[in-house]
Write a protein that binds this ligand. Structure first.
Ligand SMILES: [Mn+2]
Length: 312
């Protein structure tokens, strides 16, 4: 029997990674000529749940470990962020918009990685090139990827391509964009059913930086005060996570998606030393305020990486 084929994004999945996996499954037959099931590595977040409900799309099944499935990986190539059990043997395609991580493959695979704002935009390009017709629901999914990942074009990760793609897509989706963005942002900020542990881990990514293991969690919100009020509990939880997972440097940032700034939580001496070296800002009450910083990918991770002296 032929192995089942799945599409999946990174652990602690965000909207772009879940919706991209769904899009790849929807268009699997047309792009790859195969049947693909979209799955997620963990529970989805409130923002993703909101979109799926709105579009009446079933939540993907959660898959914790690869057995013998073949995998189309979206939205990451970072070996620390992929589903357990995934190796170069069962990888058949990668579609992403991040720096190349540590993944290897045992044979040539379909690879499409572009420096655009979200994986949804990369998928749009593939569909366009292959003259595949885009329906209203798929257009809305891709718009949600763009708005969510680029913080409605406020992140330095967003490009002119994303803007153009967004305009093209909304000719099909015909969304009231102002309303859509505000609903999406409030779902993103929703603390419904969210524990302190969820706050630090729902959008958490681990990186290998030279010999160090670095964890960087973020929480994007329109109301940072609702998170900051729980600061001491959050710091305690971060210290616990750091110990459990044997992380060398543990960071967490609250991203204010209205004012476009971040509060970087400083949980210990090594983090303080590295953050001061890299960002040269003062720390007040365990928080380093980072003006204009909204993107982990562009404004935090590479800076910490170079601060730790890693040469790529
Ligand atoms: Mn993404």
């Amino acid at each position: 029997m032929k192995n089942k084929i799945i599409s999946i994004g990174h652990k602690n999945p965000d909207t772009d990674s879940v919706l991209s996996a769904i899009l790849i499954s929807k268009f699997g037959k047309q792009i790859f000529g195969i049947t693909i099931e979209a799955v997620t590595a963990d529970n989805i977040n409130n923002e993703t749940e909101y979109i799926l409900k709105k579009l009446k799309i079933k939540k993907p099944r959660i898959l914790k470990k690869i057995k013998n499935e073949n995998v189309i990986l979206v939205d990451t190539t970072e070996s620390k962020q992929i589903i357990d059990g995934l190796t170069g043997e069962n990888l058949i395609a990668i579609i992403d918009h991040h720096n190349l991580g540590g993944l290897k493959s045992s044979k040539p695979i379909f690879t499409r990685v572009e420096a655009v704002g979200c994986t949804g935009s990369v998928i749009y390009k593939i569909l366009k090139e292959q003259c595949i017709k885009i329906d209203k629901i798929s257009a809305t999914l891709m718009i949600a990827c763009i708005v969510s990942d680029t913080l409605n074009f406020n992140s330095p990760t967003s490009t002119d391509d994303d803007k153009k793609i967004f305009l093209e897509l909304n000719k099909i989706a015909k969304l009231d964009i102002k309303k859509f963005v505000s609903e999406l942002f409030s779902a993103k900020s929703s603390l419904k059913g969210i524990s302190v542990n969820d706050i630090i881990s729902k959008d958490y990514k681990q990186f290998d930086m030279g010999k160090y293991k670095v964890g960087i969690g973020v929480w994007e919100t329109t109301t940072p005060e609702n998170i900051n009020i729980q600061k001491y509990k959050i710091i305690k939880a971060l210290k616990r996570k750091k110990g459990h997972e044997k992380i060398d440097y543990m960071f967490f940032a609250i991203v204010d998606i209205i004012k476009n700034n971040s509060d970087l939580y400083i949980i210990g001496e090594v983090e303080q030393e590295l953050a001061e070296k890299v960002f040269s800002e003062n720390i007040k009450d365990d928080i380093m305020f980072l003006k204009g910083v909204v993107s982990r990918k562009k404004q935090v991770t590479p800076q910490l990486r170079s601060g730790l002296g890693e040469q790529l």
